[in-house]
Every structure is written in structure tokens, then in C-alpha cells.
Design a protein around this ligand. Structure first.
Ligand SMILES: [Zn+2]
Length: 261
């Protein structure tokens, strides 16, 4: 019997939807993708590529904001980044386990969007939801290639699929990236998409919400940290701003000519 999945569509750019996408970004919480890899997302969509974001939880355990506010903010950020589509899987915040139901939800996203590149959280992180989302994606990646794991999305049973590239983005804890991407020309768009999550983050020039608890990312210092890291990574590759990633599988090239542009 197929598992029936009905995702919550936060944003869809066109009807009918544009599939497949070039890159799918899987995230634990509604603001994670923008914070970690908003630069490469903005870059890809500016180049005419299709990018979708799927977040696991509504962030309902967060100290600030509500699921309703965070949903509106995620839709606004999707417009800023010019995503093709954005989903929320409604997995309980703080409890992203790799149950068969949750695995089926992520398989639904992989088979529906059929991305070449899958971006997701690293395995060692400050927030346990990020680590658990990593493990959930790894479990779903493998099982998405199994024909006996049947998943029905929007009334359709979709064929098996595994993304070609599995890349992890950087969140709070740092790792030695396998590669860096020059996002200088798109860093301002990244920041605008990040500011769209106004209930969560510090927005320069905006009235600050003092009524809610302060968190790591609601402080001006965190924004400075985010910029400084991107500047530091940029310096390593002769760019102004860069984002760093690691590849789950070894990166290979058909020819060194691939690097000649
Ligand atoms: Zn998060």
C-alpha cells in the first residue's frame, strides 16, 4: 500500500507547477535555508535555474513568532528568492525522527521535485533538529530509490528517484568545506530573504521586538557574524562573499576542462 502524502504548499510560482527543479533545499526550520545558503539559491534562480525549498517543521517550538507568522514570512522569502515552490512537511518541531511517515514525506519531495542537487543540513550541528534532519534525508535518499517504497503525492504515485549530488550547507557549527561558491553578486538578495523572517532575526533599521525572548539569531551580533563568515570564505577564493559546502560523496570531474571557465 502506498503512503499518501499531502504536503502544505507555502508558495508556488506558477500553475501548473514547474518540475523538475535543478536544486532542492531541505531544511529543519522555516528560516534555515535562507541563512545557510540563500546566496547560492539567489544565484541559481538569477541564472534561470529552478530551486525549491522544503522545510520539515513549522518552527512552532521557536522562542519567537507563531506558525502563522512564520508561514507568511517563508512565503515572502520564497518570492524574494524567486523559488519555483516551497513546502512545509508539518513534522513536529524538536522531534524530527526518521520514522517511516517522515521518511515518506521526504521521499515525496525528492520524487516530486527530482532535483540534480539536494542541499541539506550537516550531520554535526548545535541544534539537534538539524542533525536529525540530516539523518532523515540520508534515510529518505536511499529509500527513494526503492520501487517497493510507494509514495502517493497529490493523488499520484511517483517513480523512484535519487538526486545526483548531496551537498551539506553550513549552519552554526563550522566544518572545512569541500568547495566554496562566490555569491558576491547575490549576497544582498540573500540578506533580504533572511530579513523576511523578521520575527526571528535582527533586521537593521526596523523596530525591534523587545517583547519576545532574545535568541542567538535575533541579535545584531549574529548578523555581523553571518556577514563576517561569508566575507572570510570569500577571501579564500578571491571573492567578496562566499558560502561553503561539503559533498557527502567524493566530487569527481569528467575532465579538468570542466574547471576552465
Ligand atoms: Zn534551524
Amino acid at each position: 500500500m502506498p503512503v499518501v502524502i499531502q504536503p502544505d504548499i507555502i508558495y508556488r510560482r506558477t500553475e501548473p507547477p514547474e518540475n523538475p527543479v535543478d536544486m532542492l533545499v531541505l531544511a529543519a526550520h522555516p528560516d534555515d535555508a535562507e541563512l545557510a545558503c540563500g546566496g547560492v539559491i539567489a544565484q541559481m534562480t538569477a541564472e534561470g535555474k529552478r530551486v525549491a525549498i522544503v522545510e520539515c517543521t513549522q518552527g512552532e517550538m521557536g522562542s519567537r513568532g507563531t506558525p502563522k507568522i512564520r508561514r507568511e514570512e517563508a512565503a515572502k522569502a520564497a518570492q524574494i528568492l524567486d523559488l519555483t515552490e516551497r513546502w512545509n512537511l508539518h513534522i513536529p518541531d524538536g522531534n524530527i525522527d526518521a520514522s517511516q511517515e517522515n521518511v515518506a514525506k521526504v521521499i515525496a519531495a525528492m520524487r516530486y521535485f527530482r532535483p540534480n542537487i539536494l542541499m541539506f543540513p550537516p550531520e554535526f550541528e548545535r541544534h539537534h533538529d538539524h542533525e536529525n534532519a540530516h539523518r532523515l534525508v540520508r534515510a529518505a535518499y536511499f529509500q527513494s530509490g526503492l520501487s517497493k517504497f510507494e509514495v502517493n503525492v497529490f493523488g499520484q504515485s511517483l517513480p523512484t528517484y535519487r538526486p545526483k549530488r548531496l551537498f551539506c550547507y553550513m549552519q552554526t557549527y563550522e566544518f572545512e568545506p569541500d568547495f566554496y561558491v562566490d555569491v558576491s553578486a547575490h549576497f544582498e538578495t540573500k540578506l533580504q530573504s533572511y530579513y523576511a523572517h523578521a520575527s526571528q532575526v535582527y533586521v537593521p533599521g526596523a523596530a525591534q521586538n523587545q517583547a519576545e525572548p532574545q535568541t542567538l539569531i535575533s541579535s545584531p551580533e549574529f548578523l555581523e557574524f553571518l556577514k563576517a563568515r561569508a566575507r572570510h570564505f570569500g577571501g579564500k577564493i578571491g571573492a567578496q562573499f562566499a558560502e561553503g559546502f561539503y559533498s557527502v560523496e567524493p566530487l569527481g570531474f569528467k575532465s579538468l576542462s570542466d574547471l576552465l571557465r
